[in-house]
Write a protein that binds this ligand. Structure first.
Ligand SMILES: [Zn+2]
Length: 186
């Protein structure tokens, strides 16, 4: 199996609504090709994260890979990280509102309120457990991808339909205003 054996599953497809099954940690031979396909699709589409259900695989796997790109010019740089059977353990009380996009919801952005930080546990390819504290954009990516593992998308998380905009409007009207607001003054 290679990346061409998979395709991106889009909103409305029942596979995005399933609760994903745990990965068998004794089978890295099964996990590796799926992780490679996820990585390839994520890179191809300029994503900063991807979950296995997004390529139609019903397993608790995600990659988070915060980095600046065309869609997220302000993102911090982070090596792509594969998380198996991830679980949020504790959320910060501090909530932040941010615009999100999704490879499975092409052309749309939504404003979503989420905790600013999250402590998580996950397993790596060798079956070793890890604890990790994420803050800011990586914390948001994790929460967005974790939603995919429980059959949810960011569209389910917007407070109102008015918090949905097209990618075009986001890039042309919302992003420039936000960047001007967050740039340090000279
Ligand atoms: Zn997504």
């Amino acid at each position: 199996m290679s990346a061409t054996d998979y395709s991106i599953v889009e909103l409305g497809d029942p596979r995005l609504r399933q609760v994903a099954r745990p990965v068998d940690l004794s089978r890295p031979d099964v996990v590796l090709p799926i992780a490679a396909a996820m990585r390839e699709w994520m890179d191809k589409r300029g994503g900063v994260g991807i979950a296995a259900p997004q390529i139609g695989v019903d397993l608790q796997m995600m990659i988070i890979a915060s980095r600046p790109n065309q869609r997220y010019p302000n993102a911090p740089v982070m090596q792509p990280l594969l998380l198996l059977n991830p679980l949020p353990l504790r959320y910060s009380e501090n909530l932040v509102e941010e615009w999100e996009g999704c490879l499975s919801v092409p052309g749309l952005r939504g404003k979503v309120l989420r905790p600013d930080a999250v402590d998580i546990e996950f397993f790596d390819l060798h079956g070793r457990g890890h604890l990790l504290s994420l803050t800011g954009f990586p914390a948001r990516i994790f929460q967005h991808e974790y939603d995919h593992l429980i059959g949810m998308t960011f569209v389910d998380r917007v407070a109102s339909p008015q918090d949905l905009v097209t990618e075009k409007v986001f890039l042309e009207q919302i992003l420039p205003v936000r960047m001007a607001a967050t740039s340090p003054s000279p």
